[in-house]
Design a protein around this ligand. Structure first.
Ligand SMILES: [Zn+2]
Length: 415
């Protein structure tokens, strides 16, 4: 009976109304508290990110001042830089006479044109080397010196420090980062360039007229799809009776090119020579291999095998959005959203945006800044010394591939 009475009272319309009102109020209060908390969290995060950026910029500024002062003291003149460069190059044998192979290194070398003491041959010391086009060695030497000490450099900073045109400074930094990028294979994972869409805030030659820089990403996908279908068409044309034969031929060519690739960078011209194929066929095979995730294009027209497992070909203009959605754990993601956010913050902090065209170069610079054991003092200078010349034309023609190399969280031992 008591139970019955209880039920009766609780079903009383006034009590029921109160109960519902109480529940609604309770719900609204909880929602408001949650909203305030979230808002507080968001504001806290924004503030801490702002603080972090401010601290990073200040730290970099101090680092730059310290190492710049050191550089000026050690290398006050062009001659001092030249001597520094040559003595370092002599150690690894990259400064030998082109005729007799003996070391050209002589103390007090003040010119790039040196007569060999062994065979009297005149040698242009920097011919064919990374420094071939450099009118003056000192700006290069300074940039390398600062970068291998972990300083983040922008073209405007270099322009101010060295009194060179900002475009020259920009070009210099791109070429140096191309050298770094060629060493990235064993220290990176392949990710979709679309992951960094929010950083694409600067225009390049690839940005369509009157469009936002991010449109470059979709353009890159469109171009690669087009060249893919063009390649298939070309093969179909050469075998008009069977389009299937064309596809089979293409696979055969891809296999030939693939067999020539290794983990070490190989130049495009070298591949053409060894593949005994037409330049266009090598080029189209490389596009396909790149799309399959088997090959990676490196700055300076170099190619190498990708380190990650090949993935199936993918296409579509909206791929950038899809890859972004996958950024946390998808096959095109870094597998570590924090790592990807850190890079975006790094770009935000020091460069205020980049162009998609050179995203691979910026990823390489970021790696150099992070991996202090790999790019310790002297390492970058040695890497540049052992690198070939990169022409301005080559650098202008370079476009980061759809899958770019992202520095691995735990870098492997550097050799
Ligand atoms: Zn000689």
């Amino acid at each position: 009976m008591e139970v019955k009475r209880y039920r009766l009272t609780s079903m009383n319309p006034i009590n029921l109304g109160r109960e519902i009102l109480y529940k609604i109020l309770n719900f609204l209060t909880r929602a408001y508290v949650l909203f305030l908390g979230k808002r507080g969290d968001g504001m806290e995060r924004a503030a801490s990110s702002k603080e972090r950026k401010k601290a990073a910029v200040a730290e970099n500024k101090a680092l730059l001042k310290h190492f710049w002062d050191e550089f000026v003291e050690l290398y006050p003149t062009e001659e001092a830089c030249r001597e520094g460069l040559y003595s370092r190059a002599a150690d690894d044998g990259s400064l030998n006479c082109r005729k007799c192979g003996k070391s050209l290194w002589q103390e007090g070398v003040s010119d790039r044109n040196v007569r060999c003491r062994n065979c009297s041959e005149r040698n242009w010391i920097t011919a064919g080397t990374f420094f071939e086009d450099a009118r003056s060695i000192r700006p290069w030497f300074a940039a390398i010196w600062l970068l291998e000490r972990g300083v983040v450099l922008s073209s405007s900073q270099l322009h101010e420090l060295l009194d060179i045109a900002q475009s020259s400074a920009h070009n210099m930094l791109l070429k140096i980062s191309a050298v770094m990028a060629s060493y990235m294979l064993d220290h990176s994972t392949l990710v979709s360039s679309a992951l960094f869409l929010e950083s694409f805030r600067k225009r390049s030659r690839e940005t369509p007229a009157r469009m936002h820089p991010t449109v470059e990403e979709d353009e890159a996908h469109r171009t690669s799809n087009e060249s893919c279908s063009q390649n298939t068409d070309q093969n179909c044309d050469s075998e008009p009776f069977s389009s299937k034969t064309g596809a089979a031929d293409l696979q055969e060519q891809e296999k030939t090119v693939c067999d020539l690739l290794s983990g070490a960078p190989t130049h495009f011209d070298d591949l053409c020579q060894r593949a005994l194929l037409r330049t266009g066929d090598v080029s189209s095979s490389l596009v396909m291999l790149e799309l399959y995730g088997i090959a990676t294009r490196l700055p300076g027209d170099f190619y190498a095998l990708s380190r990650t497992e090949p993935n199936s070909g993918h296409a579509g203009g909206s791929i950038s959005r899809k890859a972004r959605a996958d950024s946390g754990d998808g096959e095109h993601g870094t597998g570590n959203p924090q790592a990807h956010n850190d890079f975006v913050e790094f770009i935000d902090c020091f460069l205020k945006g980049i162009s998609r065209k050179y995203v691979q170069n910026y990823l390489a610079s970021y790696w150099c800044h992070l991996d202090r054991s790999c790019w310790r003092p002297g390492a970058l200078l040695d890497a540049c010394n052992q690198f070939h010349a990169i022409s301005r034309r080559e650098m202008l023609a370079y476009v980061s591939p759809l899958m770019v190399k992202f520095p691995a969280a735990h870098a492997q031992e550097c050799s």
